[in-house]
Design a binder for this molecule. Sequence first.
Ligand code: HXC
Length: 263
Amino acid sequence: MAETNFENVLYEVEAGAAWITVNRPDKLNALNRRTVEEIVAAVRRATDDDGVGSIVLTGSGAKAFVAGADIGEMAELSAEQGQEFARFLQVSLDAIEGARKPVIAAINGFALGGGCELAMACHVRIASDNAKFGQPEVNLGLIPGAGGTQRLPRIVGRGRALDLVLSGDIIDAQEALRIGLANRVVPADDLRAAAADYAKRLSGKSRVAQSRALEAVLHGADLSQSDAMHLESSLFGLCFATEDMREGTSAFLAKRKPEFPGR
Ligand code: HXC
């Protein structure tokens, strides 16, 4: 596979997990266009690599996961360009959410605006105890434009989402945990180990089943309940055609640990 040279993103594979680190610490990892393109390319690289079971997305430095879209880059946009920029970010974050491998956000500080939206496009969010979340766009005369008005209510409920989007309030990690925006909170010094440990636990499971589960949950969310039930039963049925399912069920019956081939 062709190597991609990243300017604003670090990419490394460690113990079967691809670590993608947004690397603009002097700008609190703010998302300019190039950085977003690189994150998506890095997620594609990880998805295409059979040696990778899951993907961890984090920010460099001690202060920020991602402090938002790059305000400098947005400041001079026209209405048309603003709409195009929002669409670009939406499609990019959809591609991350659409990855058929688990994507874990390891949130190591500010996750604001587009940073919170990026974290919400990930499948699981593990936050350090000093992380801060918010959609502060109203302070800039803006609204969330990278999926925040849609993903936030789906994750925390409409009332809590409106509270955050209308006030621009920034909440701490414990509050994010309480409202379900963060899945887990760990001491800042333990974040990397906690994310690595979680990724390792996921890699012991059936990859095909994880991929089908992602499809059922994420694609199903856009369907009526009855269509989503059909999707679920189809995907459930497809599992029966996999070696992983034969291995998982026979290992259970033989009272041994499964060794999933990932097919
Ligand atoms: C560009 C940013 C930035 C951002 C921080 N910086 N956030 N640059 N875009 N979103 C830069 C600062 O300008 C500064 O650069 C450096 O990073 C350090 O930031 P400070 O402000 O000096 O740090 P601090 O005082 O600790 O404050 C941290 C902060 C603050 C509270 C996170 O930086 C902040 O409020 N940032 C903006 C947060 C925000 O509004 N995000 C939403 C953006 S809109 P210099 O060069 O001066 O050192 C958005 C829309 C998404 O995300 C949808 C788009 C379609």
